[in-house]
Design a protein. Structure first.
Length: 284
């Protein structure tokens, strides 16, 4: 294939700081959480909420994303790990066939979504004198832009890559795992497709929150977020290689797509019924 028809991607692992290397994937998580904290501080200030709650909210969200995403990946794509190497499910290591510090790799967005819902329910009950929908309508704003940075991290890691492609913007991922993805050929940069979708979602959410009255309707913004985000995930899956073992593969749709369907359906229901839930004041 003509070299001019695709992009070669062979980045460094990260930023070297003495003997320590800050991996770009980890850096993207740092940026995602840092920007998320700043955005929620802006939102809490705008809505006159107690900004002291930001610290526990940050902890709840951090644990929800890491634990939920990791367990989601193992449950949806790598169930055998519970038997083969159970410590690797919960710790950033592997012990078989040899011990190695791996960092937290193998994270599923569907698992993170479930983890976030559970953690915010617990956070709301303990700290927030508002409805669960109130925090959900707002937390989705930093979550959407955070998702963009996580997909940038996947791009740096040459993981979650796309199917072979001959398009001019196809990417040759020099560092791809050939055992998992097969031969080294130009592929769709599916991580960037998804990242662009999340950026557009973030822009639309900010506009809706700042310039419309939709935030008056409890759950409207959250429902919109579920429909668009998991709609993007559903569509991008057509261009992606399978992640691990596909336990669900019905009617030509893969695991990621089938897992997205309930979230989209829930989003439609929440958005349509939001007109019956108008914010008045803080819940007692």
């Amino acid at each position: 294939m003509n070299q001019l028809l695709y992009i070669t991607w062979d980045p460094s692992l990260g930023i070297s700081i003495g003997s320590f290397t800050l991996r770009f994937y980890s850096l993207m998580y740092v940026i995602a959480f840092g920007l998320g904290f700043y955005l929620m501080d802006f939102i809490f200030k705008k809505d006159k909420e107690d900004r002291k709650l930001l610290d526990p909210l940050f902890i709840y969200m951090f644990l929800a994303v890491i634990i939920g995403a990791r367990l989601g990946h193992v449950l949806f794509y790598q169930k055998q790990l519970f038997i083969q190497d159970p410590l690797a499910v919960f710790l950033p290591i592997r012990t078989k066939p040899y011990f190695e510090f791996t960092g937290y790799s193998g994270l599923a967005s569907h698992g993170a979504a479930i983890g976030i819902l559970i953690s915010l329910y617990l956070f709301t009950r303990k700290y927030l004198k508002r409805s669960l929908y109130w925090i959900l309508d707002r937390i989705v704003i930093p979550v959407s832009i955070g998702g963009m940075f996580i997909r940038f991290g996947n791009f740096f890691n040459s993981e979650i890559i796309g199917k072979p492609s001959s398009l001019p913007w196809a990417v040759l991922f020099i560092q791809q795992d050939t055992d998992e993805y097969g031969s080294l050929v130009p592929r769709h940069p599916s991580q960037l497709y998804e990242a662009l979708g999340y950026l557009l979602l973030f822009i639309s959410l900010m506009y809706i929150y700042l310039k419309t009255d939709k935030k008056r309707y409890s759950g409207w913004i959250f429902g919109y977020f579920l429909i668009v985000l998991f709609g993007i995930r559903f569509l991008v899956e057509f261009f992606k290689e399978p992640q691990g073992k596909e336990y669900i593969n019905w009617l030509g749709l893969n695991t990621g797509q089938w897992l997205s369907v309930p979230f989209i359906a829930a989003g439609i229901y929440i958005l349509v019924t939001a007109k019956n839930r108008i914010y008045t004041s803080k819940a007692k």
